[in-house]
Design a protein around this ligand. Structure first.
Ligand code: ADP
Ligand code: MG
Length: 401
């Protein structure tokens, strides 16, 4: 027998499978064939204009509404095959709901409202319900009625109720839609903790700042999947400019991503030097055509696509980064300079070769690897040429010269 210890096989655990899902309300088609999967532990932000089918989708996933055709499987349970009593059990055991309206029973206290969810699970345990309320910071509000609680506190009761049965899937429909900023912060913090604890979360939100905290954003439009960061990549701007065109939901080609990164890097460097970036002096494929995988193309044409994607703004031959473009440029520059440091310091590779390798690496390094390299190198402040490395989330107060 081999003495080699084998790593356990990696199973891509898809917890939610949605295939060609349609929902018809009479003549109105609320969902017109939506397909995507959600992995265990993933936090997905579901976005899209009013009427695009977000609530319908969430309600079907939660067994509150039935589907017209297609397939929805949650945690191995095929929802279209469930009988009425099985749906009730599915709702009680597998999912936790948090709505924009808190839906608390007005004549029950906070702890009784939580116990109501236990009741549907056929066990009531007041101590456990009180514990759940303590976890959302409401230990001193157990016997308050909903009317005696603020909106944020009511939403926290609703979250405690949603979690009491340890659901595998948390469905939240605009959970912060009715909250002021302070309570929104508290409620989001609870969702972050749930995410860190491994819960799968599908959350409808209109707020791009909230959506950015999720692992992935999915946008619906007119009952169709319009945009998914898992397909487009996180660098893709949130409001897809290709909306309603045949190209919508076609991933930007890898070649283009490399050209974009390359141009963004040059524009960023002009900014560092305090100079305006002239379109005419930028190169889409490197000063000496040094990106072998990418075919040559005039920078002006690539810049025009980048402008369509709102990465840059072009004016009188001058190129400026948009906030999205600037954030992405910063990431590319950071990865490039970290890679140069790694090659130079750790592998003693000479400057030119380190630069060439870094040009390739900057497209490959994931955010996790970026942080690991940075931590390994002791959060360096500069690249081997003395240029600043933009700090990352891992660097807080740890950077060394
Ligand atoms: P969203 O949550 O994205 O705002 P919804 O899922 O609530 O959108 O609605 C999608 C479409 O389905 C809308 O046109 C809405 O009017 C319609 N709709 C939703 N629920 C019903 C229903 N119970 N009966 C008829 N039409 C509905
Ligand atoms: Mg809705």
């Amino acid at each position: 027998m081999s003495s080699v210890v084998q790593a356990p096989p990696r199973i891509a655990a898809t917890q939610v499978v949605i295939e060609n899902l349609t929902k018809q309300y009479g003549v109105l088609r609320a969902l017109g064939g939506v397909s995507f999967g959600v992995n265990t532990g993933e936090w997905v932000a579901l976005m899209g204009p009013s009427g695009s089918g977000k609530t319908t989708l969430i309600n079907i996933l939660g067994g509150l509404d039935t589907l017209t055709s297609g397939r929805v499987v949650v945690d191995g349970v095929d929802l279209s095959k469930l009988r009425e009593n099985e749906i009730v059990r599915y709702r009680a055991e597998k999912v936790g709901f948090v709505f924009q309206q808190f839906h608390l029973v007005p004549y029950l206290t906070a702890v009784e409202n939580v116990m109501l969810a236990q009741y549907f699970h056929s066990i009531t345990d007041e101590k456990q319900a009180a514990e759940a309320l303590k976890r959302v910071g409401l230990g001193d509000r157990l016997t308050h009625l909903p009317a005696q609680l603020s909106g944020g506190e009511q939403q926290r009761v609703a979250i405690a109720r949603a979690l009491i049965n340890q659901p595998k899937l948390i469905l939240a429909d605009e959970p912060t839609g009715n909250l002021d900023e302070a309570n929104e912060t508290i409620v989001l913090q609870i969702f972050r903790e749930l995410h860190n604890a491994g819960h799968t979360i599908l959350m409808v939100t209109h707020d791009p700042d909230i959506a950015r905290q999720a692992d992935r954003r999915i946008e619906l439009a007119h009952g169709h999947l319009h945009f998914d960061t898992a397909q487009h990549g996180p660098g893709h701007p949130l409001a897809c400019p290709l909306a309603d065109t045949a190209d919508c939901c076609t991933a930007v080609s890898t070649d283009d991503e490399i050209r974009f990164d390359h141009l963004l890097e040059q524009i960023w460097i002009f900014g560092e030097e305090g100079k305006p970036a002239q379109a005419a002096s930028l190169h889409a494929t490197g000063p000496a055509g040094k990106l072998p995988v990418v075919s040559d193309e005039p920078a002006a044409r690539v810049l025009s696509r980048m402008s369509d994607l709102r990465l840059v703004e072009l004016q009188n031959g001058e190129v400026q980064l948009t906030p999205v473009g600037s954030q992405r440029a910063r990431g590319v520059v950071r990865r490039h300079r970290l890679a140069e440091r790694l090659f130079k310091d750790t592998f003693s590779i000479d400057d030119t070769e380190a630069h060439t390798q870094a040009c390739k690496f900057e497209h490959i390094i994931s955010p996790e690897l970026d942080q690991r390299i940075c931590t390994f190198l002791g959060h360096p402040k500069t690249c081997p040429h003395g240029n600043p490395i933009p700090p990352g989330d891992c660097c807080d107060g740890k950077s060394k010269a």
